[in-house]
Ligand binder design. Structure first.
Ligand SMILES: Nc1ncnc2c1ncn2[C@@H]1O[C@H](COP(=O)(O)OP(=O)(O)OP(=O)(O)O)[C@@H](O)[C@H]1O
Ligand SMILES: [Mg+2]
Length: 303
């Protein structure tokens, strides 16, 4: 057996990078989380070829001071954590100080950034983690990171990438999730030059749902909220998306109580009960046992 030896730092960095950056969607996730942590109110993500050749994230957050720009790309470099005690009260999405170093190790990066108190911004290019000089650059407040040729120096990883369309779909799905969980941030997503998502960032969850999931989906949603002690929960529920009616245990004219089962639908391999939202009388029943139904189809009206 060969001798046990400590790995060369270059190899160790590539291995560590592989744990953070599995595919283009991992890059998009880390960069979007950084933008949100920086207090951005708009975040734009543009990708070409599933994000493998080109992925750009632009934010209007607080920016990175020029004298800290190189440090941001070092491993274990973070502004979000100082001591072990801070670990117990983390309020940011990132804190490991790993992401930028990991992405830089396996791509070619250009960073452009400006803080509010500086008139000039700064730029920095890195190739396979090796930085060039920090240069002065005119740019709006915030940060833009362009990541090109992902995995150019790790061909084994590149070979395992799926089709461009699968990688594009992974980035799009991730953007939907982030947009839905941050309705106060306006997200814009462009793939191969075509805009496919644009949320208003007006702080209203319903607007984010409408923009991210579409009008048809949004119109079938029912807002819900509840509170118990210190915890408040709010959100939306929807009827199962597509299914078959298993049972309609009510008839027109019948009085029903809030919570009473009106229709039982089999969808997503589960039985789902649609219940009366309030006390009332059944007006009309539009479905019967065996019918196929989709989201938004009328089932039962209540008076
Ligand atoms: N878009 C951005 N705007 C402002 N500052 C940023 C931005 N992206 C990164 N930074 C700064 O660079 C530092 C390093 O970023 P990096 O993503 O590598 O680490 P992190 O976010 O602290 O932790 P994690 O590795 O868990 O994401 C951050 O702590 C932050 O100070
Ligand atoms: Mg981060």
């Amino acid at each position: 057996m060969p001798n046990i030896q400590v790995l060369d730092p270059h190899v160790a960095n590539l291995i560590a990078a592989g744990e953070v950056v599995e595919r283009p969607a991992s890059v998009a996730k880390e960069l979007m989380e950084n933008a949100i942590d920086a207090g951005a109110s708009t975040v734009t993500v543009e990708i070409n070829h599933g994000g493998l050749t080109f992925l750009r994230v632009t934010d209007d957050g607080k920016g990175i001071p020029a004298d800290q720009l190189k440090t941001a790309f070092l491993r274990h470099a973070t502004s979000k954590l100082r001591t072990e005690y801070d670990l117990e009260a983390i309020g940011t999405l990132g804190f490991r100080g790993e992401a930028l170093a990991a992405i830089a190790a396996v791509s070619r990066i250009e960073a452009l950034t400006r803080t509010a108190d500086s008139e000039l911004g700064a730029s920095l290019a890195l190739e396979g983690g090796t930085p060039g000089p920090v240069e002065e650059a005119g740019c709006p407040r915030g940060t833009t990171l362009v990541v090109r040729d992902l995995f150019f120096n790790t061909p084994a990883r590149l070979k395992f990438m799926r089709r461009d369309s699968a990688e594009t779909a992974a980035v799009a799905g991730l953007m939907q999730h982030l947009a839905l969980s941050h309705p106060d941030v306006s997200f814009r997503f462009t793939k191969d030059g075509t805009e496919s998502l644009h949320t208003p960032g007006d702080g209203k969850p319903a607007s984010a749902v409408y923009a991210a999931l579409g009008r048809d989906f949004a119109k079938g949603l029912v807002p819900v909220e509840g509170r118990g002690g210190e915890i408040a929960v709010s959100g939306f529920i929807t009827a199962p998306l597509q299914g078959t009616v298993l049972d309609v245990p009510v008839k027109a004219g019948q009085a029903v109580k809030a919570g009473q089962v009106l229709v039982v639908i089999e969808a997503m391999k589960m039985e789902n009960e649609v219940v009366a939202p309030a006390d009332g009388t059944v007006g009309s029943v539009s479905v019967q046992k065996g019918d196929a139904v989709a989201a938004g189809d009328p089932l039962v009206t209540l008076q």
